[in-house]
Write a protein that binds this ligand. Structure first.
Ligand code: MG
Length: 251
């Protein structure tokens, strides 16, 4: 197989934001208890500390497990509330085990993977924890489409998207050159700019929320497609695969 397609996982193959938001509301309400009328405030606080704590994790100052608890603790601090450490730990654990239970792939994901399997090499590159990534893929029923060695989780690799290292490692594992590899993802910086800067030939930006294309990350020899629905993403991926086949044939 001459071409490879790598997918981001969260908010690309399934609705991570929606699923985690629903469970977060349940867990924060439980943590607030008699103060649960302050839930909107707690959600706002959580949103505000989500990025900074993620950066703490990426910088290696917090482990994946510590981030969950740290977020709940910081929400309580911002709201000037006190709760037992055990209760915070319990709600943080329930949050993580709970939100994943209802996850389903976006409707057009399976048909696309089925159409690509055997034609191109398929992989996943995700910024996250390896065990949690395996669990997510199994719960989504998508694990059968991906060889384990081609599911790259940043915490196992030691570097995260958009760092070039993880994209280079993906190519090495797939045994496919950058000129025949395409990235699909919802993050303009991590997935799209990251892969294109690593020299990958194409990228499909799944832009479900209509974010502005703030920069033009693709070079002259690269292709970038932007799609608001996964059906559109699928069409673009198929189109890029045919383009790669023609390009390969012409070379
Ligand atoms: Mg994502």
């Amino acid at each position: 197989m001459s071409a490879a397609i790598f997918f981001d996982l969260d908010d690309t193959l399934y609705d991570f934001s929606g699923a985690s938001r629903r469970e977060l509301e349940i867990r924060l309400a439980a943590l607030l208890g008699e103060d649960r009328d302050r839930l909107p405030e707690a959600l706002e606080a959580y949103e505000a500390i989500r990025e900074p704590t993620w950066h703490e994790y990426m910088a290696g100052r917090l482990t994946f497990e510590q981030v969950r608890v740290a977020r709940f603790l910081q929400v309580l601090t911002r709201l000037n509330l006190r709760r037992e450490r055990d209760q915070v730990q319990k709600e943080a654990d329930l949050f993580v085990s709970g939100w994943m239970q209802g996850i389903r792939p976006f409707p057009e994901v399976e048909p696309l993977l089925a159409a690509l399997a055997g034609k191109v090499t398929l992989g996943v590159i995700t910024n996250g924890h390896p065990q949690q990534t395996r669990t997510k893929l199994a719960l989504l029923g998508l694990d059968r489409w991906f060889d384990g060695s081609l599911v790259l989780a940043s915490e196992a690799v030691g570097r995260a998207k958009p760092d070039r290292f993880i994209f280079d490692l993906a190519l090495e594992r797939a045994g496919v050159p950058a000129g025949e590899t395409v990235m699909v993802g919802d993050s303009l910086e991590s997935d799209i700019a990251g892969s294109l800067r690593a020299g990958w030939v194409g990228a499909v930006w799944f832009n479900r929320t209509g974010k502005a294309l703030t920069a033009s990350p693709a070079g002259s020899r690269q292709r970038l497609a932007v799609e608001p629905s996964f059906a559109g993403v699928g069409a673009q991926v198929r189109d890029m695969v045919s383009w790669l086949e023609r390009k390969g044939g012409a070379a």
